[in-house]
Write a protein that binds this ligand. Structure first.
Ligand code: GLC
Length: 722
């Protein structure tokens, strides 16, 4: 259908629709195959035929969707197709690492490739719109949804957002293998008070605009089709009703013309927040803020908007504008032309789900997500001649995402567990293991079996951490570390004085005991690695894949340091051990256990020769920043170099470090190369006292390093000339 015909078709539908049919289009109900919110009655075919629903979530599968869509396109009065949505953050049938783990790859091209594959799998299984990417900056590991996002830094999160939108959508939503992406949860959800899920958020407008909005702006610039506001209260105005941000900034200032979908029952929850006394007022607040669709809101739009109209709380034209955006999305998705376009045939599904290249990509993505936190006494890489290896701990059979609907696990190509992966990686090693105890409870008998096995072995691989159920939505933890039972097991094993490699599975940075970090010979952050968990771990532990991952979020020494992040503002009294009256704790260090960007390799890279192609920069100009990298290690490897700036003097205080770039370089042993960054004067823009973007003359430090540890950086300066 040509765009002009489609426009006319949409206007004709709006003219034909009753008010009930209009608010029906603004209602999203759950098919409840996969539960992602408070349990509720699933949608009925009557509701669809009567036009009381415009889209569904949590119902997928080509045949199921075809059957349900038929009720809409054949059984309803105006035959308007539904669109179908699901949360697919790390793959549908092929599981990639969780987004937080994937962000540690610092690899834009990888982020796009995995999104592309996920979109292809969705687009034959009836899914039109994906509630992904989640791009909430997180600086508090207590918050469970850290697992879904890209870490602590706005620049990295923005690049992640762009890559995911490109991967899911390409450029034409009606093309094959494409789904609509949703940037969520706008905004600052990661800054909930005390890291407690759904808690209020209170921060300066400056922090909102400097840190939490930029990834969403990047997603909008990349053409994201939908945005989902956060559940949370923001400075006294719940985001779902926050017209100043959703309408005035996102829609008017940024020009976002896509669809805004509330989070699950979030419009109804405006009553619980205490800003609306009933459904009519809640509906009016959300609609005026720009929220088009009420997701599982107990019919807050369906019942509340007609009442709000009667009470003069909303205008019909505002309702029509929302309906128009929803119908435009359906048009862009190609659903008017072919409502069943994403209900693939069995052969198409089989071809798409063919695991070959996908599993290779899942394996590569998992390898790239792992972060080698520590490696001493040549503990890693392992070799076949390693002798007897003991694999133990509650996550010895850790695999993909344990929290999936039963139906999906039956059809998923089975995830590969750690033990299986290690066995295939080290066929000649004698690998014994203790049966998987649970993450929270490890009996004395299991500990003593582990002690005996460690004594009989030459090396121990100890698998510790969290299960998926210990993070994610509603997964905040006041002590984001290892449960006591695991610490006891680790103490027992480490006391046997054998080399110990600890694999840490988690959805967040973990607060680790000092003694564990000290005594372990090697530490690997493995996150939740996806379908190829075991094979990827075998690849990295044996050196088949030389680890390249870098932390996208600082690891605290203690909960008392939280929030801890590299982009903090200066203090007038920087910490000085020699001076009592300076910014520090009496009982712990200021520095994190592991800094943003930390990550070791089996190679040994050295940076040198930082240089600029100019010493002064004017608006409209760019500067080339070059640094030499040498591989002094025994293995070929890939080095990631981070580029930071520090604005020396400006009219508002600037962060001690601002990330402005990251690049990788692959080098053979004894090989050298050069990395070249190009930044523009406009990249040095900041928000002035009135929060207006500003270029201010003055000196800037230019720094490159392997992490945000300032003590290990090369630096030079440049002068910005007004
Ligand atoms: C959940 C989440 C959101 C998800 C939605 C639908 O509550 O907050 O991220 O997309 O509901 O599952």
């Amino acid at each position: 259908m040509a765009r002009s015909d489609e426009k006319a078709h949409i206007e004709h539908l709006i003219a034909e629709m009753t008010l009930e049919e209009k608010v029906g289009q603004l209602t999203m109900l759950s098919g409840e195959l996969v539960q992602t919110g408070p349990a509720a009655a699933p949608v009925t075919s009557e509701a669809i035929r009567e036009g009381r629903v415009g889209s569904l979530l949590n119902l997928w599968g080509a045949e199921r969707v075809r059957e349900v869509q038929r009720h809409a396109v054949e059984g309803s009065r105006l035959k308007i197709p539904l669109f179908f949505c699901l949360d697919v953050l790390y793959g549908l049938r092929t599981f990639f690492p969780i987004p937080f783990g994937e962000s540690c790859a610092f690899d834009v091209e990888l982020w796009e490739r995995t999104a592309r594959v996920a979109a292809q799998e969705c687009a034959v299984e009836g899914i039109d719109l994906n509630f992904s990417p989640m791009i909430d900056v997180a600086r508090d590991p207590r918050w469970g949804r850290t697992v879904e996002g890209p870490g602590e830094d706005a620049f990295l999160a923005a690049r992640f957002a762009e890559a995911k939108v490109r991967g899911f959508q390409i450029s034409d939503l009606a093309a094959d293998g494409v789904v609509a992406a949703t940037a969520k949860h706008l905004a600052a959800y990661g800054a909930v008070q005390a890291g407690r899920e759904y808690a209020p958020v209170d921060m300066s407008e400056r922090q909102l605009h400097e840190v939490y909005l930029p990834p969403f702006r990047a997603a909008v610039r990349a053409g994201v089709a939908a945005i989902m506001p956060a559940f949370t209260d923001f400075n006294g105005i719940p985001m779902t009703a926050n017209a100043a941000i959703l309408r005035d900034v996102v829609r008017r200032e940024w020009g976002f013309s896509g669809v805004m979908i509330s989070d699950y029952s979030a419009i109804a929850e405006l009553i619980t927040h205490g800003v609306a006394e009933d459904k009519a007022q809640a509906a009016a607040l959300a609609l005026d803020a720009g929220v088009d669709i009420d997701m599982m809101g107990h019919d807050t739009y369906f019942e509340g908007l007609p009442r709000a109209l009667d009470r003069g709380l909303v205008k019909l034209e505002t309702i029509d504008a929302a309906v128009r955006r929803v119908l435009q999305l359906k048009g862009k998705l190609g659903l008017f032309e072919d409502p069943y376009r994403r209900c693939g045939s069995p052969s198409a599904i089989a071809a798409t789900a063919a695991q070959g290249k996908r599993r290779d990509l899942a394996r590569e993505a998992a390898c790239r997500s792992f972060v080698l936190l520590k490696n001493e006494r040549d503990a890693l890489p392992l070799s076949d001649g390693q002798g007897a290896i003991a694999v133990m701990g509650p996550l010895v059979d850790a695999k993909g995402d344990a929290r999936v609907a039963v139906e999906m696990t039956e059809t998923l190509a089975k995830p590969v567990a750690v033990l299986e992966g290690l066995r295939s990686a080290l066929p000649n090693a004698r690998i014994a293991f203790t049966p998987g105890c649970t993450v929270e409870r490890i009996e004395a008998a299991e500990r003593s079996r582990a002690r005996e096995l460690a004594r009989e072995s030459d090396l121990v691989v100890l698998c510790l951490g969290e299960t998926m159920a210990m993070s994610g939505e509603a997964g905040s933890r006041g002590h984001p570390g290892l449960p006591p039972a695991q610490c006891e097991l680790a103490r027992t094993v480490l006391a046997q004085r054998k080399p110990v490699v600890i694999l840490l599975f988690s959805g967040r940075p973990l607060v680790l005991p000092e003694w564990l970090v000290e005594k372990a010979d090697a530490l690997v952050a493995a996150w939740f690695p996806g379908s190829e968990a075991g094979r990827a771990i075998g690849d990295v532990l044996t050196g088949r894949f030389n680890p390249t991952g870098r932390l996208s979020m600082s690891w605290p020494v203690d909960v008392g340091q939280i929030p801890i992040f590299f982009g903090a503002r200066p203090t007038g009294r920087p910490a000085a051990a020699s001076d009592h009256y300076t910014s520090k704790y009496l009982d712990m260090p200021n520095e994190p256990r592991f800094a943003f960007g930390h990550g070791l390799s089996y190679s040994r890279f050295e940076l040198s020769g930082l240089r600029l192609d100019r010493t002064e920069l004017r608006s409209g100009q760019t500067v080339a920043i070059s640094v030499d990298v040498a591989n002094h290690g025994p293995l070929a490897g890939e080095e990631t170099v981070l580029l930071f700036i520090r604005d020396q003097v400006s009219s508002v205080t600037r962060p001690l470090l601002e990330l402005k770039g990251f690049q990788k370089i692959s080098l053979a042993p004894a090989q050298g190369g050069t990395i070249r960054f190009i930044i523009s004067a406009e990249d040095l823009t900041f928000l002035d006292p009135d929060l207006a973007p500003q270029l201010e003359a003055g000196g800037f430090d230019i720094l490159v390093g392997q992490s945000a540890d300032r003590n290990k950086m090369l630096s030079t300066q440049i002068e910005l000339i007004a």
